[in-house]
Design a protein around this ligand. Structure first.
Ligand SMILES: Nc1ncnc2c1ncn2[C@@H]1O[C@H](COP(=O)(O)OP(=O)(O)OP(=O)(O)O)[C@@H](O)[C@H]1O
Length: 250
């Protein structure tokens, strides 16, 4: 069985992860299990630690204690860098280069051949609706266009795992819909997708969600389950409830 279709196992596992920045305790005993082929959403108020945990999962940051496993290997793992497509919250692009040059550069780093880079460049730029801007320098892109190019770069090498930190900020609703249709297609093909979002209709599109607050995971389940647990009728109300002021933690 391929690593993309392993039954009854998890693609991403986080065990008792804690993270300190100096004396600040940012992540507190995070446990997470994400099965293969799921779109898993991470929600929570600004500053609760979403970016920090996804960076640890993507192998960009190290946990202070605890472990993160991706594809059954402990992170960070140099060999897995090719297998995890990571889209950061701030765009990591060479602005003096064109989009095509950025994609060629990253494609080469990912080990793709010339023909493959060309084929995938056409596919991913069509997906994010940037085909006509392929040869424009990135410094002439708008914020939303840069976001879309960042997403194109994260999926260029068809990684089995995608970690997307607020991927659709600054992207208009129609394109957002197309991107989500593509993420769904990827998940159906066994790709595992972890996404942070503040957009409630996106949260509703995830197979499973985890709610974070103050560095802790305080609730997990489907959108319906999270709503039912507290007797509300929308994920927005659940977000406000779980992200709210209940002072029951340290
Ligand atoms: N390198 C760092 N050094 C010190 N503190 C940091 C560092 N990175 C993040 N933090 C702090 O950790 C906390 C969590 O930040 P993080 O970016 O993970 O939150 P977030 O939930 O992703 O927020 P947002 O939704 O606004 O992106 C914040 O208080 C932030 O200031």
């Amino acid at each position: 069985m391929s690593e993309l279709t392993k039954a009854n196992s998890n693609c991403i596992v986080v065990r008792k992860v804690n993270k300190f920045f100096g004396k600040k305790h940012i992540l507190k005993d995070i446990d997470l299990e994400i099965p293969y082929g799921q779109i898993y959403g991470l929600l929570g108020p600004s500053g609760c630690g979403k970016t920090t945990i996804v960076k640890i999962i993507a192998g960009i940051l190290e946990a202070t204690s605890g472990e993160a496993y991706v594809l059954e290997r402990v992170m960070p793992q140099l060999e897995l860098m090719n297998k995890v497509g990571y889209m950061a919250q701030s765009d990591a692009l060479y602005t003096a280069l064109t989009a095509a040059e950025n994609l060629r550069f990253f494609g080469t780093i990912y080990g793709l051949g010339k023909a493959e880079i060309k084929r995938r460049t056409e596919e991913v730029m069509a997906l994010v609706n940037l085909t006509d801007d392929l040869n424009k320098p990135v410094q002439a892109y708008s914020g939303g266009m840069k976001r879309r190019l960042s997403l194109a770069m994260a999926i260029l090498h068809s990684p089995p795992v995608l970690v997307l930190d607020e991927p659709t900020v600054g992207i208009d609703p129609l394109l957002r819909k197309n991107i989500w249709a593509e993420l769904n297609k990827m998940a159906e093909n066994g790709i595992t997708i972890l996404v942070t979002t503040h957009v409630m209709d996106e949260a509703d599109r995830c197979h499973n969600l985890a709610m974070m607050r103050n560095g802790r995971l305080i609730a997990k389940g489907t959108s319906q389950e999270l709503q039912a647990q507290i007797g509300v009728n929308s994920i927005e109300e659940a977000f406000i409830y779980y992200g709210g002021q209940r002072d029951d933690e340290g």
